[in-house]
Design a protein. Structure first.
Length: 134
């Protein structure tokens, strides 16, 4: 048994850690689901990308007030690397019944940054049908 342990110590330890990590993920859930708005923001508090990602995740979870805060901060600081930011932010603005002017401003910037976006065209059409946009 000692010889076996000496020869295979590292693979056994790695396998044990893998099993523990797998059980922990199943029991607790992936870390992104635990607190998407807190995990990376603690590490990168001034990152617009992290703020936008957290806002999108919160919007998907239905936490619109918190999502609105994060997405507005990222949007107002000029973050535009993700079309998800625009889609989630417009959705959150509509859900929170924000002003039409703010919605139009976000849609206009989305149109400027992503002029050929099919997602934008679809969203704009839905907003027009709902009388949110002219």
């Amino acid at each position: 048994m000692t010889r076996l342990w000496q020869d295979y110590k590292l693979p056994i330890v790695i396998a044990a850690f893998g099993v523990v990590a797998g059980v922990a993920e199943v029991a607790v859930g992936p870390i992104e689901r635990i607190a998407p708005d807190r995990v990376l923001e603690d590490v990168y508090p001034d990152s617009d990308r992290v703020r936008a990602t957290a806002g999108v995740a919160l919007a998907r979870e239905g936490r619109v007030d918190e999502a609105n805060e994060k997405l507005a901060a990222a949007f107002d600081r000029g973050y535009k690397e993700s079309e998800d930011l625009y889609a989630a932010y417009v959705d959150v603005l509509v859900r929170t019944q924000s002003s039409r002017a703010r919605i139009a401003e976000v849609v206009a910037r989305w149109r400027r940054d992503y002029p050929r976006s099919e997602r934008l065209a679809s969203m704009s059409e839905r907003l027009r049908r709902a009388s949110v946009l002219p």
